[in-house]
Design a protein around this ligand. Structure first.
Ligand code: A3P
Length: 303
């Protein structure tokens, strides 16, 4: 599709998924060349599902004894700087920075499970995946897409984005196949693949933070729990806190890119109600139900 009629970034289909054209060569290079370490932790997601938040939480958990909470790197760096998106590093020639990172590394990718580098699987690394109600993923994508458009370009109508998304044509789509691959793997290897939902993170952040800490091998001690360290992690990474930081207001990951505030838009569940009529919502819910049928997974947030 010409850019004026589709997403702000050009997509190309590879092995069943739509990749941003600019990133695809990097993703393929990473698939071939990335060498995992046994203690690497991977944050994985379909974009707009809560990646930024999960990166911040995982990073804050793993580094909690290294930095005091009032002088934490997350106060002056965007979570995407602390936990790099490998797919991009490999597409911009910054893969040596990934190799130079000290262990234990926390790394991020949007690759579907079937395309993850072999070494990640053969070393049995810990994988954390987050997913979200597809209706909210779409709304979040639409806003992000509008921010990414070059000056003078009209935003695509929401109805157009809706159609493309339902057909699976969106960055890293089809969403359902992406989610299902990780879901199935988490059912096979629950001790190695932690499958989270954005909505349950919103509902019970403390429980999720404790679960995450346990999963990455650094559970909170009873003393830490008594001292309120779990609360500190939740507070540091909360939407309001992160959104209020100077680095996340005016900072940029790359000069030509959107400002970091684009990653902190509304931060909740159910914004789809403000953008979809009931018929659209029902249609997208039906697509989701059909795609997930028999998997034991549900994604449509109730209500
Ligand atoms: P909305 O656009 O619905 O507000 P990703 O990080 O995968 O790109 O997902 C972005 C979505 O996560 C955005 O959703 C954003 O506002 C939300 N988000 C970012 N940081 C968050 C945080 N600390 N807590 C809760 N949601 C957050």
């Amino acid at each position: 599709l010409p850019l004026e009629e589709g997403w702000a970034i050009r997509l190309r289909k590879y092995q069943g998924f739509w990749f941003p054209q600019q990133i695809l060569p990097g993703s393929m290079a990473m698939q071939q060349n990335f060498k995992a370490r046994p203690d690497d932790v991977f944050v994985l997601s379909h974009p707009k599902s809560g990646t930024t938040w999960l990166k911040a939480l995982t990073y804050a958990i793993v580094t909690r004894t290294k930095y005091p909470f009032d002088r934490h790197p997350l106060l002056s760096q965007n979570p995407h700087e602390c936990v790099p998106l490998m797919d991009r590093s490999y597409s911009t020639g910054q893969d040596s920075e990934i190799e130079a990172m000290p262990s234990p590394r926390i790394l991020n990718s949007h690759l579907p499970y079937s395309l993850l580098p072999h070494s990640i699987k053969s070393l049995d690394c810990q994988l954390i995946y987050v997913c979200r109600d597809p209706k909210d993923v779409l709304v979040s994508r639409w806003f992000f897409n509008n921010r990414m458009r070059s000056e003078g370009m009209e935003p695509i109508p929401f109805t157009k984005a809706f159609e493309m998304f339902c057909e699976g044509n969106s960055p890293y789509g089809p969403l359902w196949e992406h989610v299902l691959e990780y879901w199935e793997e988490s059912q096979r290897r629950p001790d190695k693949v932690l499958f989270l939902k954005y909505e349950e993170m919103l509902e019970e952040p403390m429980r999720i933070v404790k679960r995450l800490a346990q999963f990455v091998g650094c559970p909170f001690t009873p003393e830490e729990e008594k001292e309120g360290v779990v609360e500190e992690v939740v507070k540091l990474c909360s939407f309001d806190k992160m959104k209020s930081l100077e680095v996340n207001i005016s900072g940029k990951l790359r000069p030509e890119f959107v400002t970091n505030d684009a990653f902190f838009r509304k931060g909740g569940a159910g914004d789809w109600r403000n953008h979809m009529d009931p018929e659209m919502a029902r249609k997208l819910d039906r697509v989701t139900e059909q795609k997930l049928e028999g998997s034991g997974l549900t994604l449509n947030a109730v209500g």
